[in-house]
Design a protein around this ligand. Structure first.
Ligand code: IMP
Ligand code: MG
Length: 175
């Protein structure tokens, strides 16, 4: 059990806000005159998606998808199940998948494959965090917040046993 006072701040609220301004600026520029469909991956992306969406000045729709990766404990097996899907036709649309963290890349590999098969005009990936040292599948991240070292991070949507998602910053549990 980690208590809140044992959380070390890795990326502050201010740093996140600054990076979000930059990423949203890029997106607003890249899709000028077009509309976008933001698809957040539950649950971890909820806070990042919310802060990002507020900065997007395009016609936008928001949907969620839920992907569960099965394995023993914290080790992923590579078997990914979509437990909540997008209830909308995606043909001809600009999709931006919004994810909390790309770790092994296995979840995102499956989610992007699934969404790409639906005839969208474009599919891009926006992730708040990436742990490149852990990658097992090659994944292109079009818009990335921050690279982080191989440490288990919590907060800003990311959980440890469903807790700490509500922290406004990204932290590491020092126990
Ligand atoms: P994948 O290994 O890239 O498939 O990552 C799958 C999911 O594991 C991510 O979307 C996160 O929800 C979760 N995850 C990976 N690393 C961390 C972490 O450091 N803290 C909290 N959740 C994580
Ligand atoms: Mg996730």
């Amino acid at each position: 059990m980690v208590t809140m006072d044992k959380v070390r701040v890795m990326i502050s609220e201010e740093e996140i806000a600054k990076r979000l301004d930059e990423i949203a600026g890029e997106i607003n520029n890249d899709y000028k005159g077009e509309s976008v469909i933001l698809i957040g991956v539950l649950k971890g992306s909820f806070m990042f998606l919310s802060d990002l969406a507020k900065r997007i000045k395009l016609d936008a729709e928001v949907y969620f998808i839920e992907a569960s990766s099965y394995g023993s404990g914290t080790q992923t097996t590579g078997v990914v199940k979509i437990s909540k899907d997008v209830d909308r036709d995606l043909k001809g649309e600009n999709i931006i998948i919004v994810e909390d963290i790309i770790d092994t890349g296995i979840t995102m590999d499956k989610v992007t494959q699934l969404l790409r098969a639906r005839g969208a005009k474009s599919v891009k990936l926006c992730a708040c965090l990436s742990k490149p040292s852990r990658r097992r599948v090659d994944i292109k991240i079009d818009y990335l917040g921050f690279e982080v070292p191989d440490e288990f991070v919590i907060g800003y949507g990311l959980d440890a046993d469903e807790k700490y998602r509500n922290l406004p910053y990204i932290g590491v549990a020092d126990c």
